[in-house]
Design a protein around this ligand. Structure first.
Ligand code: GDP
Ligand code: GDP
Length: 438
């Protein structure tokens, strides 16, 4: 479930996006309704031989430093060092080694990161010798590939999986602590919240030793229950230089969301939901991970008896796709209602793991179709044969019908809402698939 992160670093025009598109193919996973992220394809799901990983093209994160290659390279490398489990340094086998290649290699070496060196544009056998000079970067054996021609990619992917295999350790089995991503834009109060939570005496803090990725994970205990907070706040980072780059904080947030089971989505009470908040929320939603919307800095808002209702309404409008998510109002600074957070986490977690028996679902479905007749097209009417919950986390339903093309969007929405209502699936996303009965 927790997927390793592989970041591609390299000068402009070495072929990063070509590789990226080749590797992820049709399976681009940053989903339709998260504009900006999709368009630029800076982060995606990749899969090789049943091993899933998250691929990040660091070259797409900050386009505004294009004029200064060194600056851009340094930024890319820092981002990759910061969050990747494996860095792929990509170089151009036709142009040969450059000063900025060396600079990045040196940075990576200093941080002792897991790294693979890909020499691209080796489009034919007689160019293979071009790869050798890159031994001089001092980061191991160069792997010759041609992203465009698709040459050498099988071996390359094998090696990627080989290098990240240690992260596929059935984490779930040995570690049953709930993983919680704390996300929100810079200055919304993520660090303050985490520090406050850690400061309460009911909590025991311990560092998780081991891999680099865990450096930003914090273990907490609340009411006898252990949790891992996945921090995107840069809690222990001295400078928050890159937090200001919007796309960087989005990528960071996505990476945290990918590894989490519950997302705490922090919103600034004085600003409401921003576009960036909506993007990140959209990702959690599409991944089927339950979110809790946390309105922070509630202490700064001048309130009357309508303020909370009004704010809630605004959030529901801005995050309309997530109308199931609980909203709570807190102050990280004063500690107001912090206990409510853990209570709500437990609630959404339980909701997401809930199972309804097939008998009950079909009974309910029969009733739904009685109350509102299924749609018809060209004289043919949609028939629901049978429905079943096939998975939890998130609850996933399949309904078998005579012809899925007869299922109108609004009718599907109706069934989903009825299911939610009837079985009280508040707090969690649900999935609903329509299949033809064969
Ligand atoms: P990025 O800036 O690193 O993302 O580079 P791009 O993927 O945009 O590629 C830059 C240029 O190199 C494009 O014109 C690609 O067609 C070309 N290119 C990418 N991979 C290869 C390759 O394997 N062989 C050759 N000959 N050209 C390539
Ligand atoms: P991060 O970038 O999301 O980690 O945000 P920080 O935790 O660094 O907080 C940014 C600023 O907001 C700091 O000056 C905090 O003191 C302040 N802050 C955080 N939470 C609250 C809150 O609940 N109320 C008030 N008044 N200020 C807060």
């Amino acid at each position: 479930m927790s997927k390793p992160i592989v970041a591609v670093v390299g000068r402009p025009n070495v072929g990063k996006s070509t590789l990226f598109n080749k590797l992820v193919g049709e399976r681009i996973a940053i989903v339709e309704d998260t504009p900006g992220v999709t368009r630029d394809r800076i982060i995606a799901d990749a899969e090789w031989q049943n091993h899933h990983f998250t691929l990040i093209d660091t070259g797409g994160i900050e386009p505004h430093t294009k004029d200064d290659i060194f600056l851009q390279m340094r930024l890319q490398a820092e981002i990759a060092i910061d969050m990747a489990d494996l860095i792929i340094l990509m170089v151009d086998g036709r142009e040969g080694m450059t000063a900025s290649d060396l600079e990045v290699a040196t940075m990576i070496r200093k941080h002792e990161k897991n790294v693979l060196l890909a020499v691209n544009k080796i489009d034919s056998l007689n160019l293979e010798n071009n790869a050798f000079e890159f031994y001089n970067l001092g980061i191991g054996e160069p792997i010759a590939i041609s992203a465009e021609q698709g040459l050498g990619l099988g071996d390359f992917l094998d090696e990627i999986i080989n290098r990240i295999s240690r992260y596929y350790n059935d984490e779930e089995e040995i570690d049953d602590r709930l993983r919680i991503a704390v996300v929100g834009k810079p200055n919304v109060g993520k660090s303050t919240l985490i520090n406050k939570v850690l400061g309460q005496d009911r909590l025991i803090v311990s560092d998780i030793p081991g891999t680099t990725r865990d450096a930003v994970d914090t273990s907490v205990r609340y009411d006898g229950q252990d949790y891992v907070l996945i921090d995107t706040a840069g809690l222990r980072r001295k400078k928050k230089i890159y937090e200001d780059i919007e796309r960087y904080s989005i990528v960071r947030a996505i990476a945290a969301v990918e590894r989490s089971q519950v997302v705490l989505m922090l919103i600034d009470a004085s600003q409401g939901v921003t576009e960036q908040d909506a993007k990140i929320a959209g990702i959690a939603h599409n991944r089927g991970i339950p979110s809790v919307v946390i309105v922070n800095k509630w202490d700064t808002v001048e309130k009357d008896n309508k303020t909370m209702k009004k704010m809630e309404g605004d959030i529901r409008d801005a995050l309309s796709f997530m109308d199931y998510a609980p909203i709570i109002f807190i102050s990280a600074k004063t500690g107001q209602r912090l206990g409510k957070i853990f209570e709500t986490i437990e609630f959404v977690k339980a909701q997401s793991a809930k199972r309804i028996t097939t008998g009950k679902i079909n009974e309910a479905m029969a009733e739904f179709t009685l109350m509102k007749q299924p749609p018809s097209k060209h004289g043919r009417r949609l028939k629901l044969f049978y429905a079943s919950q096939v998975a939890i986390n998130p609850p996933t339903f399949i309904v078998f019908v005579n012809d899925p093309t007869l299922m109108h969007f609004s009718y599907q929405r109706y069934l989903e809402n009825k299911l939610r209502e009837t079985f009280d699936f508040f707090g969690t996303p649900i999935r609903f698939y329509v299949r033809e009965r064969t």
